[in-house]
Design a protein around this ligand. Structure first.
Ligand code: AMP
Length: 384
């Protein structure tokens, strides 16, 4: 079987006599063993066999190098750490919790978020005294899309309540985000694995009070806070030296980009449809200039003027606060070791992967990193 397969794959030398119709003899063998010397005749299969053998001996897995072993050891250390911590451990010693009643208007909620410098908050339904989900930037993106489609309703925008957001989702036919909450006592590793499935970017910590039989929100943990917690406590992050190019971490194909002239409405549409939280702003040559973030929409809406959504991305970026931290970049040669160092020092939400000329090559989001830390290498082996 192998011989036949090989013969058909080997190009037949043209104009050469052959020993049989099915087994053309390679010209070199034919020249070395002219017809008449049957005893030393080399059959095509003899020549072809070593090729077949060399093909089958090509190693299927690359050799295990120190850098591979270190990477595995680093991942194991992180997973072991996450398995002995609970969600509560991620919270700082002192923190504040801002919860919004679903009876507030969307406009009021925007003012509160802006005044408190936050971009999401758990919702509270005081009529039932229960936790009512998480308000995130995505809700505001939906509101933007809703009024773009129903400009006639814009006159009532100030009356829109947080409890109406579910109806907005229905009209837009968008699936409400899965609210995957976790108990503060839940094992961090388990809570994160659950979060991966839902693709949620935050985990509300919700506890149940058996006395009152009510749920209560303790806090909300973000992807950044989890990664910073790892960066500060697991020294083995230093051995995650494999470059992004090698571990193929991040998104490189079909990157949604925009230019300074794209309108905010167009960018918002893409962000909602593709479920992404940012869009890099590039020149026509693909050089990275900036990043439009979903949270930029809060800054636009805070004035209450929905007409601002026809602004271009360039105009929105130039209206950003001077305190905006800027964007974070890395290269394909960077490993998670250096990225964790950056996370330790700065509130990073994503990194743009660029080459030496600032040409955009890819995007590395915090969800990509978390996915890698939890899942990499687990398909082939038992979870360790
Ligand atoms: P994020 O929006 O940061 O939660 O990222 C969710 C997923 O989408 C990750 O796998 C990112 O690498 C990817 N991603 C983020 N932004 C973009 C974009 N502009 N175009 C394509 N993929 C993206």
């Amino acid at each position: 079987m192998v011989e036949n397969a090989e013969v058909t794959q080997t190009p037949s030398p043209s104009n050469e006599p052959s020993t049989s119709a099915n087994h053309p003899l390679p010209s070199t063998a034919h020249a070395a063993h002219p017809q008449g010397h049957e005893s030393i005749f080399v059959r095509p299969s003899d020549l072809l066999r070593p090729k077949a053998a060399s093909r089958t001996t090509v190693p299927t897995t690359p050799p295990d190098r120190p850098i591979d072993r270190d990477q595995r050891a680093g991942l194991k250390a992180i997973r072991d750490f996450l398995r002995i911590r609970n969600c509560y451990d991620v919270l700082p010693l002192s923190f504040r919790l801002i919860e919004l009643d679903v009876g507030l208007t969307v406009k009021e909620s925007l003012n509160i978020l802006v005044q408190c410098g936050i971009v999401s908050a758990p919702l509270w339904d005081s009529s039932t005294s229960t936790y009512a989900g998480l308000l995130t930037v995505n809700d505001y993106l939906n509101v933007v899309r809703y009024y773009n489609l129903h400009a006639d309703k814009l006159k009532d925008v100030d009356k829109l309540l947080l409890s109406d957001l579910k109806d907005v989702e229905k009209v837009l036919d968008v699936k409400p985000p899965e609210t995957v909450s976790a108990s503060p006592e839940a094992i961090l590793y388990d809570a994160l694995r659950q979060q991966l499935v839902s693709r949620a970017r935050r985990i509300p910590l919700v506890s149940y009070d058996s006395d009152t039989q009510r749920t209560m929100v303790t806090s909300v943990i973000t992807q950044y806070r989890i990664l910073k917690f790892i960066a500060m406590n697991v020294k083995e992050t230093e051995v995650l030296r494999k470059p992004l190019a090698m571990i193929k971490l991040g998104t490189y194909g079909n990157i949604v980009r925009c230019t300074m002239d794209t309108t905010v409405l167009d960018v918002v549409d893409e962000m909602v449809l593709k479920n992404i939280s940012s869009v890099p702003v590039v020149t026509t040559e693909g050089i990275l200039l900036n990043v439009f973030e979903a949270v930029d929409v809060i800054g636009i809406l805070k004035t209450g003027d929905y007409g601002n959504l026809t602004w271009t991305v360039g105009k929105v970026l130039s209206a950003r606060s001077p305190n905006h931290p800027g964007i974070y970049c890395c290269s394909l040669e960077d490993g998670l070791d250096t990225i964790f160092e950056t996370i330790k020092r700065s509130r990073v939400h994503r990194l743009m992967i660029v080459d030496d000329n600032n040409y955009l090559k890819g995007i590395l989001s915090l969800s990509d990193i978390l996915h890698y830390l939890l899942v990499e290498g687990q398909e082939e082996t038992n979870p360790t």
